[in-house]
Write a protein that binds this ligand. Sequence first.
Ligand code: ADP
Length: 536
Amino acid sequence: MMMDHPLLITTMLHRARKLFPKKEVFSRCFDQDHRLTYSQFYERTCRLANVLASLGVKPGDRIGSFAWNNHRHLELYFAVPCSGAVLHTINLRLFPDQLVHVINHAEDKIIFIDEDLVPLLARIADQLTTVEKFIILSDKDELPEINLPRALSYEKLLAEAPAEYDFPEDLDENTPAAMCYTTATTGAPKGVIYTHRSIYLHAMMVALPDVLNVRERDSILPVVPMFHVLSWGIPYAGVWMGSKLVLPGRLLTPEAICKLIEEEKVTLPVGVPTIWIGLHQHLQSGASYDFSSVTYIVNGGSAISKSLIKSFEENYGIKVLHGYGMTETSPVVLISEPKSYIDQWDPDRRYAQQARQGLVVPGTEMKIVDVNGKEVAWDGKEMGELCFKGPWIADSYYRDPERSAEAFRDGWLHTGDIVTIDEEGYIFIQDRAKDLIKSGGEWISSIDLENTIMAHPDVVEAAVIAIPDEKWVERPMACIVLKESAREEVDQQDILEFLKDKVAKWWIPDRVLFLDEIPKTSVGKFNKKELRKTYS
Ligand code: ADP
């Protein structure tokens, strides 16, 4: 028999302190850039754990964070769970009433807030029923002037706290460690609780060679917010493996990201397609940087088009690694690293394969079922709903029995994503069930159509939604953002002409609408709900 040793986040923290004390965390804050060694990071994390204890935080208490990607947020990622409490990373782009809901629903006791975000919480502070204190994350030691009751200065508290802390070693590995809320199509956001064990196993899997291959020699730039599914597990995997972390703060313009990649010699920049579309446009406009350090751009959260993968590789020598996940899956569960022999395929076919969401990661089980619960054929054609089970897949939503019963059935998470799977086992998301377009009894994949439209050289972004139709029930409408230089020249006819030999005739949209911008969700995905509300 083997030792029954608990899988705790504390293990990652101790490893970084012992083996990588000289390695660096770069952090861009409101006023200045910081460089901390893991040794300094560890000491600050201990001080923070002492602060939590002095504020009366008990095991299981929920502690909110309302912050950008920076070193203070990283300290919370470790000090809170390693001392037995639960970190609730609050999505700072939620609407005020959603914020009130998630904070009250999680019953956050303390909220740590970046100084520049204070106004967002100040206007709802009187509706927060459980919050006892607000701790302000700022580069200044003294509390800045703010309009928030019961506020304290993070740096002042840290400075006064002891520099050593004995993190408990006897925590149960199934102790809740963190929680995130996912925005739902209808109703309030749904909460998912991660445990020490799930975060540990997920981080280890993320670091595997055929997943993100996280190494000590990596310099990782999580552009994906630390409030979005724990930044996809990157902070945990990075600290554990001793990688350099580059935390970009709030400034996420293409130029700022490009400069960070160049200056901090980033190997793995990680984010959603909106970021990569912007960065690609910036490069196309003639901007030039040294990207020789980059192993892959890691894309997730939404599909990335084959044309973008191809252009990054052929025009800029940058490879793209495409993954898929959701809040309920910690999130990484599919990854589209091409198998070795796919390298021999002709490039166009390989790019198409990379645009698929990929193979299920080790440690997770997957099945794809039709409406009768029968598994679909691995033929790249038959569509079904994607389901998962495994040690980092949620088994319910926090205090939400009704919606838990809908999504978690027979021991499986039913994702609501409609997919195909090909002979090689690569999964291709066709749509979220609610976004599929049913035209004349046949399904049209809005994602596929969008990606085909985005291959047009003058198109920057495309989102396809269903519009009601008397004859066909639903027909596709394409909402398109053109490059600024093409706005006078390209019209609906050009787009339809472009699609003619690329998709089935009945997939060609009935209407094309040119917009200045596609509305985005709180985590930067195309907001089709909003588009449908406005235009359907
Ligand atoms: P939200 O519902 O707020 O967007 P999540 O971030 O949990 O929250 O989103 C999960 C969903 O995002 C998945 O169910 C899927 O529809 C979509 N998704 C995630 N990654 C990809 C991807 N690589 N390609 C296509 N869709 C994706």
